[in-house]
Design a protein. Structure first.
Length: 185
Protein backbone atom coordinates (compact mmCIF):
# COMPACT_ATOMS: atom_id res chain seq x y z
CA UNK A 1 0.00 0.00 0.00
CA UNK A 2 1.14 3.56 -0.54
CA UNK A 3 2.56 5.30 2.51
CA UNK A 4 -0.61 7.37 2.69
CA UNK A 5 -2.69 4.19 2.95
CA UNK A 6 -4.63 5.26 -0.14
CA UNK A 7 -4.86 2.32 -2.53
CA UNK A 8 -5.96 4.68 -5.30
CA UNK A 9 -2.67 6.60 -5.30
CA UNK A 10 0.02 4.98 -7.41
CA UNK A 11 3.62 5.77 -6.46
CA UNK A 12 6.64 5.21 -8.73
CA UNK A 13 8.70 3.98 -5.80
CA UNK A 14 6.16 1.22 -5.09
CA UNK A 15 4.90 0.19 -8.55
CA UNK A 16 5.81 -2.42 -11.13
CA UNK A 17 4.33 -3.78 -14.36
CA UNK A 18 3.27 -7.39 -14.93
CA UNK A 19 2.40 -8.58 -18.46
CA UNK A 20 0.49 -11.87 -18.30
CA UNK A 21 0.73 -14.48 -21.06
CA UNK A 22 0.43 -12.44 -24.28
CA UNK A 23 1.48 -15.46 -26.32
CA UNK A 24 1.10 -16.44 -29.96
CA UNK A 25 -1.43 -19.27 -29.64
CA UNK A 26 -3.56 -17.41 -27.08
CA UNK A 27 -3.57 -14.32 -29.28
CA UNK A 28 -4.68 -16.40 -32.28
CA UNK A 29 -7.87 -17.27 -30.36
CA UNK A 30 -8.78 -13.61 -29.67
CA UNK A 31 -11.02 -11.27 -31.63
CA UNK A 32 -8.57 -9.53 -34.02
CA UNK A 33 -9.90 -6.00 -33.38
CA UNK A 34 -9.92 -6.40 -29.62
CA UNK A 35 -6.44 -7.95 -29.75
CA UNK A 36 -5.06 -5.05 -31.79
CA UNK A 37 -6.36 -2.54 -29.23
CA UNK A 38 -5.09 -4.60 -26.29
CA UNK A 39 -1.62 -4.93 -27.83
CA UNK A 40 -1.51 -1.19 -28.56
CA UNK A 41 -2.37 -0.37 -24.94
CA UNK A 42 0.05 -2.98 -23.60
CA UNK A 43 2.83 -1.44 -25.70
CA UNK A 44 1.97 1.95 -24.19
CA UNK A 45 2.09 0.43 -20.69
CA UNK A 46 5.53 -1.05 -21.34
CA UNK A 47 6.90 2.17 -22.84
CA UNK A 48 5.43 4.23 -20.01
CA UNK A 49 6.75 1.88 -17.34
CA UNK A 50 10.22 2.03 -18.89
CA UNK A 51 10.10 5.84 -19.01
CA UNK A 52 9.19 5.86 -15.32
CA UNK A 53 11.88 3.36 -14.37
CA UNK A 54 9.44 0.70 -13.14
CA UNK A 55 10.43 -2.95 -12.97
CA UNK A 56 8.72 -5.07 -15.64
CA UNK A 57 8.04 -8.80 -15.65
CA UNK A 58 6.28 -10.80 -18.34
CA UNK A 59 5.05 -14.35 -17.99
CA UNK A 60 4.53 -17.16 -20.45
CA UNK A 61 2.10 -19.95 -19.64
CA UNK A 62 3.49 -23.27 -20.87
CA UNK A 63 5.35 -21.77 -23.87
CA UNK A 64 5.90 -25.21 -25.47
CA UNK A 65 2.17 -25.39 -26.02
CA UNK A 66 1.10 -21.74 -26.26
CA UNK A 67 4.16 -20.34 -27.97
CA UNK A 68 6.28 -17.32 -27.05
CA UNK A 69 5.23 -13.78 -26.30
CA UNK A 70 4.07 -12.13 -29.52
CA UNK A 71 6.63 -10.26 -31.65
CA UNK A 72 4.68 -6.97 -31.31
CA UNK A 73 5.65 -6.90 -27.61
CA UNK A 74 8.84 -8.92 -27.29
CA UNK A 75 11.02 -6.20 -28.79
CA UNK A 76 9.94 -3.85 -26.02
CA UNK A 77 10.67 -6.38 -23.29
CA UNK A 78 14.44 -6.79 -23.68
CA UNK A 79 15.12 -5.33 -20.21
CA UNK A 80 12.17 -7.11 -18.58
CA UNK A 81 12.30 -10.36 -16.63
CA UNK A 82 10.68 -13.35 -18.36
CA UNK A 83 9.07 -16.04 -16.19
CA UNK A 84 7.77 -19.34 -17.56
CA UNK A 85 4.96 -20.89 -15.57
CA UNK A 86 2.48 -23.73 -15.40
CA UNK A 87 0.27 -22.27 -12.66
CA UNK A 88 -2.46 -19.94 -13.81
CA UNK A 89 -1.58 -17.36 -11.16
CA UNK A 90 1.50 -15.20 -11.69
CA UNK A 91 1.85 -14.42 -7.97
CA UNK A 92 4.98 -16.56 -7.92
CA UNK A 93 8.16 -15.98 -5.89
CA UNK A 94 10.26 -15.36 -9.03
CA UNK A 95 7.77 -12.77 -10.29
CA UNK A 96 7.47 -10.98 -6.96
CA UNK A 97 11.22 -10.94 -6.33
CA UNK A 98 11.81 -9.40 -9.77
CA UNK A 99 9.10 -6.74 -9.29
CA UNK A 100 10.09 -5.84 -5.70
CA UNK A 101 7.03 -3.64 -5.26
CA UNK A 102 3.63 -3.72 -3.64
CA UNK A 103 1.58 -1.95 -6.35
CA UNK A 104 1.36 -4.18 -9.39
CA UNK A 105 -0.06 -2.97 -12.69
CA UNK A 106 -1.50 -5.92 -14.59
CA UNK A 107 -2.02 -6.32 -18.35
CA UNK A 108 -2.55 -9.50 -20.32
CA UNK A 109 -4.78 -12.47 -20.80
CA UNK A 110 -7.03 -14.08 -20.11
CA UNK A 111 -8.94 -11.77 -17.79
CA UNK A 112 -11.11 -14.49 -16.25
CA UNK A 113 -8.34 -17.06 -15.69
CA UNK A 114 -4.68 -16.08 -15.25
CA UNK A 115 -5.29 -12.37 -14.75
CA UNK A 116 -8.04 -12.93 -12.18
CA UNK A 117 -6.13 -15.63 -10.28
CA UNK A 118 -3.06 -13.37 -10.23
CA UNK A 119 -5.02 -10.39 -8.89
CA UNK A 120 -6.65 -12.58 -6.24
CA UNK A 121 -3.38 -14.11 -5.10
CA UNK A 122 -1.55 -10.76 -5.06
CA UNK A 123 -4.31 -9.26 -2.90
CA UNK A 124 -4.20 -12.28 -0.57
CA UNK A 125 -0.47 -11.63 -0.11
CA UNK A 126 -1.13 -8.03 0.93
CA UNK A 127 -0.11 -6.50 -2.40
CA UNK A 128 -2.26 -4.07 -4.40
CA UNK A 129 -3.17 -5.17 -7.94
CA UNK A 130 -4.17 -2.54 -10.52
CA UNK A 131 -6.03 -4.04 -13.47
CA UNK A 132 -5.52 -2.02 -16.66
CA UNK A 133 -8.72 -3.00 -18.41
CA UNK A 134 -7.79 -1.60 -21.82
CA UNK A 135 -4.73 -3.89 -21.81
CA UNK A 136 -6.60 -6.99 -20.65
CA UNK A 137 -8.40 -9.50 -22.85
CA UNK A 138 -10.28 -12.80 -22.97
CA UNK A 139 -11.56 -14.80 -25.92
CA UNK A 140 -15.09 -13.55 -25.31
CA UNK A 141 -16.27 -10.18 -24.04
CA UNK A 142 -18.44 -11.97 -21.48
CA UNK A 143 -15.41 -13.71 -19.97
CA UNK A 144 -13.45 -10.41 -20.05
CA UNK A 145 -16.23 -8.62 -18.16
CA UNK A 146 -16.52 -11.44 -15.62
CA UNK A 147 -12.74 -11.35 -15.17
CA UNK A 148 -12.80 -7.59 -14.56
CA UNK A 149 -15.64 -7.98 -12.05
CA UNK A 150 -13.86 -10.80 -10.23
CA UNK A 151 -10.64 -8.78 -10.04
CA UNK A 152 -12.54 -5.83 -8.58
CA UNK A 153 -14.27 -8.11 -6.04
CA UNK A 154 -10.94 -9.44 -4.75
CA UNK A 155 -9.57 -5.93 -4.28
CA UNK A 156 -7.94 -4.91 -7.56
CA UNK A 157 -8.17 -1.26 -8.51
CA UNK A 158 -9.71 -1.12 -11.99
CA UNK A 159 -7.94 1.45 -14.15
CA UNK A 160 -6.63 2.08 -17.66
CA UNK A 161 -3.10 2.35 -18.98
CA UNK A 162 -3.31 6.12 -19.39
CA UNK A 163 -4.92 6.69 -16.02
CA UNK A 164 -2.28 4.58 -14.23
CA UNK A 165 0.69 6.16 -16.02
CA UNK A 166 -0.47 9.73 -15.43
CA UNK A 167 -1.19 8.92 -11.78
CA UNK A 168 2.39 7.67 -11.48
CA UNK A 169 3.66 10.87 -13.13
CA UNK A 170 1.72 13.18 -10.83
CA UNK A 171 2.53 16.29 -12.87
CA UNK A 172 3.56 17.53 -16.29
CA UNK A 173 6.79 19.15 -17.36
CA UNK A 174 9.33 16.36 -16.79
CA UNK A 175 11.24 14.36 -19.41
CA UNK A 176 9.22 11.33 -18.26
CA UNK A 177 5.99 13.22 -18.97
CA UNK A 178 7.00 13.68 -22.60
CA UNK A 179 7.85 10.00 -22.97
CA UNK A 180 4.63 8.83 -21.30
CA UNK A 181 2.54 11.28 -23.35
CA UNK A 182 4.09 9.93 -26.55
CA UNK A 183 3.50 6.33 -25.45
CA UNK A 184 -0.23 6.75 -24.81
CA UNK A 185 -1.03 8.61 -28.06
Amino acid sequence: MPASGDKYHLLKSQAGLLIVDVQEKLCAAMDPGALERMVQRTRAAIQGAEALGLPIVYTEQYPKGLGPTIPALIGLLEKARRVEKLSFSCALPEVLSALKCNQILIAGMEAHVCVFQTARDLAQQGLQPYLMVDATLSRTEEDRQVGIALCREVGAVVTTVESALFDLLGKAGSPEFKLVSAAVK
